[in-house]
Design a protein around this ligand. Structure first.
Ligand SMILES: [Zn+2]
Length: 416
């Protein structure tokens, strides 16, 4: 086998050598050297397995098992090869490697499929080098264009365009990246949370990828001397921010069990120990699977924040800077997956994804779903990220069986 992996456990270890670090973590950011090596290694492996392999103009990698009738529909299966800085071996990589193994297994046992089966290793999902997440799937689905990278630099000041060119991409016409021939998209991914492990389940069938709203809250007060300004005379924006954050978390707890909210970034001006601050800016991230719930919660916090700022005589602004609507996964595909789990005695759970994934870009275009396997202790984006071989195999089994049912009519499968 020329040193290429044969099991999913081997494949995870094999790919993690590209960008692998001493502590078991992996850093493989977009267009970096380890990223290039990983994509080229995947290309060689898929060529060796007999797939028709090609890169597109931005570095997405495809490996195609052509159908008996080349005009047949195409099922795209995969995930992303990039990682966050000091991430784990499983996030993204698992979905790419499992897609290759599933298609190869079907090719060997059942031969040429009735639909085109295509692996994708998206060039980028994490937004960890450049502030642009899902670059690979966003370009394939036409959500992004080359306009989106204008003026975008990494933390070393390297432009997105230069990084892409140095990796050998970005020179052909960007319109070639858009794919209009995808009829179904499937993704296998680690959960990145503790739900499946806590419930003792092997498989998560994702119903909805949650919607998100992110705000920037800016509060202005009056900077003054910490020793000479009596408490009753103060217009302290940090005191206001503390009350707002407390109110936010109390409201979230009472609102809905599936609602999560996070204040992850706070900046204080002038940030000096003996000066009452002049200005505080903090972020609010809110997520829920139902848009109407998200909207009514955000209206509620906006009202409450305004009340607090009025009481404290503070100037207040709340700016929405990022939002994503909740995305439904395909019900029919999910029903097939549940039947497969039952038949294979794999305990499963219907769930929502609190994290964003490439699958959400495809859902508006074609039947799409994402399947999760457990993450030990719910840890992800860390060298400690771990999924047991048993769970990796369970996910691969479900994916293989699903693709078999969708792609081989002679198996009595589902015809697309
Ligand atoms: Zn991922």
């Amino acid at each position: 086998m020329g040193g290429f992996p044969t099991t999913i456990g081997e494949a995870i270890e094999w790919l993690s050598a590209y960008g692998g670090e001493a502590d078991g973590g992996v850093t493989r950011t977009l267009y970096s050297k380890p990223w290039q090596e990983a994509q080229h290694a995947l290309k060689e492996w898929m060529e060796q397995l007999g797939l028709a392999v090609k890169f597109d103009a931005i570095g997405n990698l495809f490996g195609r098992l052509v159908a008996r009738d080349a005009h047949a529909p195409t099922i795209l299966i995969g995930s992303h090869v990039d990682t966050v800085k000091s991430g784990g071996k499983y996030d993204g990589a698992y979905g790419v490697l499992a897609a290759i193994l599933a298609i190869d297994q079907l090719n060997q046992k059942d031969g040429q499929p009735d639909v085109n089966l295509e692996v994708v290793s998206f060039c980028e999902e994490e937004g960890s080098r450049f502030p642009l997440a899902c670059w690979g799937s966003g370009m394939i689905t036409g959500v992004y264009s080359f306009q989106n990278i204008v003026g975008v630099n990494d933390s070393d000041g390297i432009t997105f365009a230069d990084a892409m060119t140095q990796a050998g991409f970005g020179t052909t016409h960007p319109a070639e990246v858009r794919r209009k021939d995808i009829d179904t998209f499937l993704e296998l991914h680690i959960e990145q949370g503790p739900s499946l492990e806590k419930q003792g389940k092997s498989i998560g069938v994702v119903q909805t990828i949650v919607g998100q709203k992110r705000y920037r809250i800016m509060i202005k007060g009056e900077s003054n001397h910490a020793g000479t300004t009596m408490m009753k005379w103060r217009r302290d924006p940090l005191h206001g921010a503390v009350s707002m954050i407390e109110a936010l978390y109390e409201m979230a707890k009472e609102f809905d069990e599936d609602l999560v909210t996070t204040v992850g970034q706070v900046s204080v001006e002038p940030n000096v120990p003996n000066v009452i601050p002049s200005q505080v800016v903090f972020t609010v991230d809110v997520r829920h699977p139902t848009e109407s719930v998200l909207v009514s919660f955000c209206e509620g916090i906006s009202r409450r924040f305004r009340e607090i700022s009025t009481q404290r005589e503070l100037d207040y602004e709340m700016e929405l800077w990022h939002e994503v609507a909740p995305v439904q996964m395909d019900r029919n595909l999910n029903e097939v997956i549940q039947t497969i789990c039952t038949n294979h005695h794999l305990p499963y759970q219907l769930m929502n994804s609190g994290a964003g994934h490439d699958a959400q870009l495809f859902a508006p275009i074609c039947p799409t779903t994402i399947v999760f396997v457990p993450s030990q202790a719910g840890i992800s984006h860390s060298p400690l990220e771990f999924t047991s071989s048993k769970d990796l195999e369970a996910g691969l089994c479900v994916l293989t069986e699903l693709v078999k049912q969708l792609a081989y009519k002679k198996q009595g499968g589902v015809v697309l």
